[in-house]
Design a protein. Structure first.
Length: 95
């Protein structure tokens, strides 16, 4: 009985220029959004009893936080997306 061959690992593909640009853009936008959230938090703390301003800042903070969450999710799935793309490319080669 022949010994089973270990499964070959697919060759790792390098990121395309567009993918590298997207990842760099995400890094920059995430940093920018984090700084904006910090600034909004400081402004909220200084609002005192100006409830109209507090409501506006809180709304802005929620909006920035939502965008930040979406960007972080995209950034986190980027390596998995690369892996799935490699698998799809492999499957397409068999067709």
């Amino acid at each position: 009985m022949a010994a089973a061959k270990p499964a070959e690992e697919p060759a790792k593909k390098k990121m395309t220029y567009g993918e590298r640009l997207e990842l760099e853009r995400l890094d920059q936008e995430i940093a920018r959004s984090e700084a904006e959230l910090k600034m909004l938090g400081a402004e909220i703390n200084q609002c005192g009893s100006d409830f109209t301003r507090l409501a506006d800042l809180t709304k802005q903070q929620e909006s920035v936080q939502q965008k930040l969450d979406e960007m972080v999710d995209r950034w986190l799935i980027f390596p998995n997306w690369q892996k799935q793309k490699t698998e799809l490319d492999k499957q397409a080669a068999y067709c």
